[in-house]
Design a protein around this ligand. Structure first.
Ligand SMILES: [Mg+2]
Length: 363
């Protein structure tokens, strides 16, 4: 049984190509990428990672270095579930999500990478193997863009082959949001999917008014209209709008997902393996969604989620997020007839270009 003999953690602060805004987080100028590299005594390396919107990377790095690495060294790598639980309980008092949850997610992903490499199997095979492709949409962080720039941005997505797009909403004036949604619908035509994302910028009543205003434009889902923890609010809104609701990127523990799936009346659930317990956590949520008859989607880190989403029969649309992690990996997402194609090499299929990351390391 291979054992972990070394664990190396790094934090990178990566620039964004331009300033990107949403309703609740202001302008993003960079994002953070914590990475852990696990080496085993049979010479394999497993790489796992997470990311943030620019805050918390140092706390995640500290969890990786000081809390998780000491317990991982010398451990056998096969029992991922056992290691996951050990990490969960080790950090439980300060964790159950948060920075500790992001750190556990990174380690879990590295363990799955090792599993795939040692068994010679790709992540899509390990995770369920339903298909080799998944529906995908381009998710813009574009609330700060002028309508003209928004339209040219979305035109760029269509030129790249996307058949579905998501824009941010939550401008100060609802009429402005509505005009932007209408303009995008006109641009993409009636057959492509259009989603909107408020990043919980609305109150319950504002979200109700917004969904009434957006309804004529055939919106596939309304993402995070209100505070993701306001489960009763989601159930209330779902009764009052014809637009299906979506959320999940801010749920970081199995229990949070259980509560939302049971009580919030959302249609699309959007776990992110970078923060909900890695691949183990994502698959657990996917199973919960399947049992509840919901569609599982993903948020961020498309270079990894392409395999998880392809593996599941009840998958909806994978987000191709605007944080370009894949600018630092050997393989890029590519679309065939609007579908994103999963990698087929052993492991998670995400290999970083270390020389490209190096200038951005935080020391
Ligand atoms: Mg979102």
């Amino acid at each position: 049984m291979p054992k972990i003999v070394a664990a190396e953690s790094h934090l990178f602060e990566l620039p964004l190509p331009e300033k990107m805004g949403d309703a609740k987080h202001g302008l993003h100028e960079h994002f953070e990428l914590p990475i852990i590299r696990l080496t085993t005594d049979n010479g394999l390396e497993g790489v796992g990672y997470t990311y943030t919107g620019g805050v918390g990377g140092r706390a995640i790095l500290a969890h990786l270095k000081h809390d998780l690495t000491p317990m991982l060294l010398g451990m056998e790598t096969q029992d991922i579930q056992g290691l996951f639980e050990a990490m969960y309980w080790k950090t439980h008092y300060v964790g159950r999500g948060g920075a500790a949850g992001f750190a556990i997610s990174a380690v879990d992903i590295a363990l799955w990478d090792l599993k795939g490499k040692s068994e010679g199997r790709s992540l899509v095979q390990l995770a369920g193997g339903n298909s080799k492709t998944t529906r995908a949409y381009a998710g813009g962080i574009d609330l700060n863009f002028s309508t003209e720039k928004l339209l040219s941005n979305v035109k760029g997505y269509l030129d790249r082959g996307f058949e579905a797009v998501k824009i941010k909403v939550g401008r100060p004036d609802l009429a402005e949001d509505t005009a932007r949604v209408a303009a995008i619908r006109t641009l993409i035509g009636p057959d492509r999917a259009l989603m909107v994302d408020a990043n919980y910028g609305f109150s319950r009543d504002e979200a109700k008014a917004a969904s009434d205003a957006f309804a004529p434009y055939d919106v596939l889902w309304f993402e995070e209209p209100i505070d993701p923890e306001d489960i009763e609010g989601y159930a209330w809104l779902a009764e009052k709008t014809s637009i299906p609701l979506a959320q999940g990127e801010n749920l970081h523990s199995a229990n949070e997902f259980r509560q939302v799936i049971k009580n919030a009346n959302v249609t699309y659930i959007q776990p992110d393996a970078s923060n909900c317990g890695g691949i183990s956590g994502w698959l657990e949520v996917a199973l919960m969604a399947k049992k509840a008859g919901l569609t599982v989607c993903s948020h961020g880190m498309q270079e990894l989620h392409v395999s998880l989403m392809s593996s599941q029969a009840h998958a909806g649309w994978m987000e191709v997020h605007s944080f370009p992690i894949e600018a630092y990996t050997k393989r890029q997402i590519h679309l065939e007839n609007g579908l994103a194609v999963a990698p087929d090499e052993p492991g998670i299929g995400v290999e970083f270009i270390w020389e490209k990351l190096a200038p951005f390391e935080v020391h």
